[in-house]
Design a protein around this ligand. Structure first.
Ligand SMILES: NC(=O)c1ccc[n+]([C@@H]2O[C@H](COP(=O)([O-])OP(=O)(O)OC[C@H]3O[C@@H](n4cnc5c(N)ncnc54)[C@H](O)[C@@H]3O)[C@@H](O)[C@H]2O)c1
Ligand SMILES: [Zn+2]
Length: 382
């Protein structure tokens, strides 16, 4: 009876069928130094997924820095009797997100290798490569299971855990894309050893971001360990990356809005300007660097709006500087920057919702930002 009542309402003029359903997702993160050991993290994932075939797609930067990787994977597939295709090597970095070329290459490979929907695409690379590979996997056959193996500090502590995939278009970040959670994420920290210093540092801005909106303990930890982080002490880096990754994962699984239906998007703190600064600088700023400048801008706005005290503001800027991250750029003065607000609103939909902070770990939403405050904040940073 209850079902019938819920299912339909019929009148002479209209028929409305209303039948809610839910889909269950499980978000899983493995942390390891040797994903391709037999019995290791990738074996565990394949035991759970039983893929008909695995297509590894590898970021060229990773492939070049880890020439033994392909052999290691071959050995793994022989030992575990897994049907693994020859890896496809794709361009990594932001350029791969700025057109359809890489998407077409991946789709072609999926087609030629006859991957089915019970197969698996294994994406190994930085955040840009993961976004592109994930998007291609999500549209081939309407979705082939994806396993992500992040290889940069940024993707290991942030983007690898996200449920978003996509590319830039019309000069707008992530204009084309889908929400599609990966089957599993495997952080293999051995990849990080070959990352260049600039990208090593730039990914740390996302850990600072999540600490600022969610967890003062993480902020304190990053602050007290900033020298070790810059010196690339791997045990310290692992702890902080893992802490940040967990906060990102839990935000998605327990935050109540995994597919961003609401107007507020806390994980995008500092991102309204970051996403505009990237195209305004022709992507000469990395995403992580743009986020660092975006954080500096939004904490300065938070101070000017009277939410954040001077001391905490200074402490946050000092940490970004201690991590050798930028807090300013001439492009902040570009009058087009302000369009980033409307583009951000349009991307999320509904009314403008920006996150500011009242303290470390204490966010506060605002729905408008007056141009005088914005100009003042930019002048202060410049
Ligand atoms: N989907 C999401 O939720 C989400 C979240 C945050 C950021 N992102 C995206 O992530 C991207 C930034 O990612 P990123 O900071 O990882 O940079 P990146 O993917 O651009 O990689 C940087 C460079 O490092 C190389 N590289 C990657 N791993 C390496 C390794 N282990 N050794 C040597 N070289 C290596 C790559 O080939 C590339 O040239 C941006 O496009 C951003 O929009 C996505
Ligand atoms: Zn980001």
């Amino acid at each position: 009876m209850r079902n019938r009542k819920r299912l339909s309402s019929v009148s002479d003029t209209q028929h409305h069928l209303n039948s809610p359903f839910t889909v269950e997702w499980n978000h899983q993160l493995f942390n390891t130094d040797s994903a391709f050991d037999v019995g290791g993290a990738f074996s565990e994932v394949c035991n759970a997924l039983s893929p008909v075939k695995v297509l590894p797609v590898i970021d060229k930067g990773v492939h070049q820095s880890h020439p033994e990787l392909v052999q290691r994977m071959e050995k793994w597939s022989q030992s575990t009797n897994t049907n693994c295709c020859d890896p496809l090597i794709i361009e990594g970095g932001e350029a791969s997100k700025n057109n359809f070329t890489t998407i077409e290459l991946i789709l072609e490979s999926i087609h030629k290798e006859h991957l089915c929907r019970k197969s698996c695409v294994l994406a190994i690379g930085g955040g840009a490569a993961l976004d592109v590979i994930g998007f291609a996997a999500s549209i081939a056959h309407r979705g082939i299971p994806l396993v992500r193996m992040p290889t940069t500090t940024l993707s290991a502590c942030d983007s690898g855990l996200g449920v978003k995939n996509g590319i830039n278009y019309f000069g707008k970040k992530n204009f084309i894309g889908v929400f599609d959670p990966p089957f599993a994420v495997i952080n293999d920290f051995s990849f990080l050893s070959t990352l260049d210093d600039r990208h090593w540092r730039s990914g740390l801005s996302e850990a600072v971001k999540v600490a600022l909106i969610k967890d003062k303990n993480l902020f304190d930890d990053i602050e007290s360990q900033s020298k070790q982080l810059i010196a690339r002490e791997i045990d310290v880096a692992k702890r902080i990356i893992l802490h940040s990754a967990e906060l990102h994962l839990l935000h998605i699984t327990t935050g109540g809005d995994p597919f961003e239906k609401h107007e507020s998007r806390p994980l995008d703190f500092g991102h309204w300007s970051a996403h505009k600064l990237e195209p305004l600088t022709d992507f000469t700023l990395t995403h992580g660097e743009a986020v660092s400048i975006g954080l500096a801008l939004d904490v300065t706005i938070s101070k000017l709006l009277g939410f954040l005290n001077e001391q905490t503001h200074a402490r946050i800027l000092s940490l970004l500087k201690a991590l050798h991250l930028p807090t300013s750029h001439p492009a902040l003065a570009n009058p087009e920057l302000v369009n980033g607000l409307e583009e951000f609103r349009e991307h999320i939909g509904g009314k403008l919702t920006l996150l500011m902070i009242e303290g470390i770990g204490t966010p506060r939403e605002i729905h408008e930002l007056d141009s005088t405050t914005l100009r003042q904040a930019i002048e202060e940073l410049m």
